[in-house]
Each structure stands twice: as C-alpha cells, then as structure tokens.
Write a protein that binds this ligand. Structure first.
Ligand code: CU
Length: 292
C-alpha cells in the first residue's frame, strides 16, 4: 500500500494530495471546458469558417474529414496511456513484481506501421487535391472579374480592369474594402513590391503568398452579400499585424454602380495606372471590363 502523507492543518491541500489522480484526470476536462467557454465568449470557433466561396467551403469540409481520424487516434492513444498508467502502476503491484517480457509481435508491429501510413496517405492525398484547387489559375472564359493584387509593407493595392485601383494602408482596409460582385468568379493575380506577404481571408479562401517578381493566382466566387475580414498571413515586418484585408461582396447591380463611382473618382484624380502587368491590361481586362 502506498504511503499517503497527512496534512491535517491544510484540508484542501490534503484533499488534493489524497485524490491527486482524480484532479489529474479532471484537469484536461476543465481545460477543454475553459477553452470552449472562452472561445464562445470571444466568438472564437475551434473549426474554421464554413466558407462563402466553393474553395473556402472545400477547406472547411477537408478540416472536418481530417478531424475524424485525428480524434479517433487521440482518444485511442490517450485511453491506452491512462489505462497503462493507472492499471499497471508500480504501487498497485506486489513487491519485486516484474511485468511480462515480450520480444516482438510481428502482426502488431506490421499493423501499427501500416495503419498510420495509410491514414497519412489518405490525409495527404485529400489535402493536396483540395488545397491545390486554390492556386489553379481560372481560364479567361471562366473568370468574371480579373484583379491584380500588389502587396507591400503594410498594405494592399487592388487593380481593377476598369483602370482604377483600391489601396489600403494598414488598418484603413475598413474604409477601403476590396469590393466584388456576388455570384461572380473573381481571379486574383497576386505579387509583392517588397517582401513576401500572404493574402488570406479565412471565410473565402486559403492563404496565397505574394512573392516579389512572381505571380500567384487564387480565386473565389462569393455566394451572398456581406463583409469578410482577413489579414496578411506571412510575417513581413514590424507592421505585419496591421496589414488587414476587408472584402465586401455586393450584388452585381450595386457593383456596377460602385465601379462607375470609382471611375469618376479616378478621372478627377487622374490616377496613372503604372507598372501593371501586361495581362491585366490585355484581352482579359477588356473582356472583364465589358462584362460590368
Ligand atoms: Cu504582410
């Protein structure tokens, strides 16, 4: 029988020491409870947003599918660990007890090698299939609106095919959102003017790196009007945390109205659309401009 210390003058501490294993078991549950409670209070979810664009939604579904083997493996491993720790603990065995000695078990070893391998292959294949969809450049015919995005420390510039641009600097993305029409496939051609950044709005799509001298593509097709926020997802300097993104989806009619306003503003300000890549001004730009 294990020796149990007595602390009569300190009943709570004594209780903790006498029932240490119960507290040990309860701690993770209390931790999970506190995390969920705090998450709810702060409106934080343990799952990603379900997505207002097909590719964002595919990432959400991927997360749910991968969670199934992850939770099964977690529960199995933790249960086996706790069973071994408590059931076969030294203090529960007679003095001089030596556990049974095993020297290999081929079926068991093959199983615990092959099974995790198959689970990882399943997760890997599924992840590559879903995530690469984000970076496939949509064809000109499929694209409803082609934008060119320039990242810089610490803001974004969105060049519209109609000849004007929306610029954000740090936190003022709230006043200068990227406005797009609903139900339209929007293609982003993303690059950077200085260091590597990453364009990420979790409700809409995955992360797309903005790399100097290189163009990455992503796309989205937002199903309903609304405003969604995001941020630069690549540590890019001291102002990284302020490099906010705001996307506002409006109906095609409202979008046309907004475009007309921006064109009028651009005319009066006589903004020069310098250093735009060739593609944005070419046939694609003309085609997309004509559609709005
Ligand atoms: Cu950045």
């Amino acid at each position: 029988m294990a020796h149990r210390p007595r602390i009569g003058a300190e009943p709570i501490l004594g209780l903790v020491i006498r029932r240490w294993w119960q507290f040990f078991l309860a701690a993770p549950l209390v931790g999970i409870g506190l995390t969920l409670g705090a998450g709810q209070a702060l409106a934080i979810s343990i799952t990603p947003p379900s997505g207002v664009s097909p590719n964002g939604n595919a990432i959400y579904n991927l997360y749910l599918i991968i969670s199934i083997p992850a939770i099964v493996v977690f529960v199995l491993v933790e249960a086996l660990l706790l069973i071994c720790v408590f059931r076969f603990r030294r203090s529960a065995q007679p003095p001089g007890y030596v556990p049974p000695q095993f020297h290999g078990n081929r079926p068991l070893e093959i199983t615990w090698t092959v099974l995790p391998f198959l689970i990882l292959v399943f997760i890997g294949v599924l992840s590559f299939r879903v995530l690469q969809q984000d970076f496939v450049r949509p064809s000109n015919a499929a694209t409803g609106l082609a934008l060119v995005v320039y990242a810089h420390q610490y803001g974004w510039e969105y060049d519209y095919p109609q000849g004007f641009s929306v610029q954000t600097e740090g936190l003022n993305a709230v006043q200068n959102p990227l406005v797009v029409p609903t139900g339209t496939l929007v293609r982003l051609q993303i690059t950077s003017k200085d260091v590597i950044h990453s364009w990420w709005v979790p409700d809409i799509t995955g992360k797309t790196d903005a790399v100097p001298g290189y163009y990455n593509y992503t796309w989205f097709k937002i199903s309903k009007p609304g405003v969604w926020r995001g941020e630069c997802a690549e540590l890019c300097g001291s102002g990284h945390s302020s490099m906010q993104i705001r996307v506002e989806a409006v109906s095609p009619a409202q979008f046309r109205k907004w475009v007309a306003e921006q064109e009028a503003k651009a005319k009066t300000a006589s903004v020069s659309p310098a250093s735009r890549p060739v593609e944005s001004r070419s046939a694609v730009a003309a085609a997309t401009a004509a559609s709005f």
